[in-house]
Design a binder for this molecule. Structure first.
Ligand code: BEZ
Length: 173
């Protein structure tokens, strides 16, 4: 069987893997939050950046993108993603909603209390953290703004992302 991989963070705008299909999709039961530390991509071990993870939200849902990956390359693709997302993330299998059907898909999830977990902070504190953080994959600011732009282009409203992006944009002025 082909593998289905759900993206709600950098995978939305930088899948960086061979895909057969890309469809807008919704993961029920979670909310997207910039509550995970990034010691390896958008920050450093000494000064981790802030990136997205999922938190439980029984009434909520996360809008993102579902990718279909051909089964002959799925193991290799997942091994690369596991390596790319090794700082606190684990893979979950969840039922994902796509127009007209449900698909069992894989999702990267960093649980509360993992070694890179940052948790919540006031909006202005998170914004200034993101504004100043940089890592080997680039600035934390670009990560947030690209996600915000990608979600907008899909007509997705995510207030947490939009408020944070507006606060970070305001800091650059
Ligand atoms: C994603 O874009 O879905 C993603 C988020 C966090 C870790 C790995 C992937």
């Amino acid at each position: 069987m082909d593998a289905w991989i759900f993206g709600y963070g950098s995978l939305v705008w930088r899948p960086d893997m061979p895909v057969l299909e890309r469809v807008p999709a919704r993961l029920p039961g979670f909310a997207r939050r910039f509550w995970q530390g990034s010691p390896d991509h958008r920050g450093t071990p000494q000064a981790p950046g802030r990136v997205v993870t999922l938190i439980d939200d029984p009434q909520g849902a996360v809008d993102g993108v579902l990718y279909r990956v051909e089964r002959s390359v799925a193991d290799e693709v997942l091994a690369k993603l596991d390596h790319r997302e090794k700082a606190g993330y684990q893979r979950l299998s969840r039922s994902i909603e796509v127009p007209g059907r449900q698909v069992q898909g894989l999702v990267y999830y960093a649980a509360e209390g993992n070694p890179s977990w940052l948790g919540p902070a006031p909006l202005e504190v998170m914004a200034s953290h993101i504004h100043r953080s940089v890592g080997p994959s680039g600035s934390n600011r670009a990560y947030l703004l690209r996600l915000d732009e990608a979600l907008r282009s899909m007509a997705v409203v995510d207030e947490h992302v939009a408020e944070l992006a507006a606060a970070v944009r305001a800091l650059a002025r």
